[in-house]
Design a protein around this ligand. Sequence first.
Ligand code: IMP
Ligand code: MG
Length: 176
Amino acid sequence: MTGLKEILVSQDELKQKVKELGTAISQDYEGQELVLVGILKGGAVFMSDLMREITLPVGIDYMAVSSYGASATSSGVITIKKDIDTDIRGQHVLLIEDLIDTGQTLQHLRDLFLMREAASVRICTILSKPSRRLVDVPIDYCGIEIPDEFVVGYGLDYAEQFRNLPEVWVVKTGEE
Ligand code: IMP
Ligand code: MG
């Protein structure tokens, strides 16, 4: 049975970081047409908080991807389960993610949007595990760096559970 061990990032810390990111994004994209693309399902919570801290008019859309193929282990290949409906050609795209782990998902998505001829593609994540990185994907807006622990809450799940927790928690493993 999987339970929760401890809070790693509090609600206040998340709130503060989201505010900072929103301010930075609002300054950087002043006068430009920006489309936020949230990565479902995990990125939905961060996306909804972040968009309200951005003071520019923005378009929003969502994409659902799966980083695993038929096998249970990460293959580094992503499958698109739901695509955006916006024509992003010539638009500035900001991809909004909950957590960057190996970096493979975002590397693929970045390449995909560049191939679709977005004017620019940047990446914004609320959490990052730098020690787990396998590919060198540029993170333009990074919230909080965390250690290599399995975490849930603020959109992140363990077997579809815990997404609605307002804080980020470390999961208790079997032996603990
Ligand atoms: P990657 O960067 O391609 O390896 O994939 C990152 C995705 O894996 C994240 O968006 C999460 O959906 C999932 N993931 C990675 N680490 C965790 C974790 O600690 N808890 C929950 N989901 C995670
Ligand atoms: Mg995710």
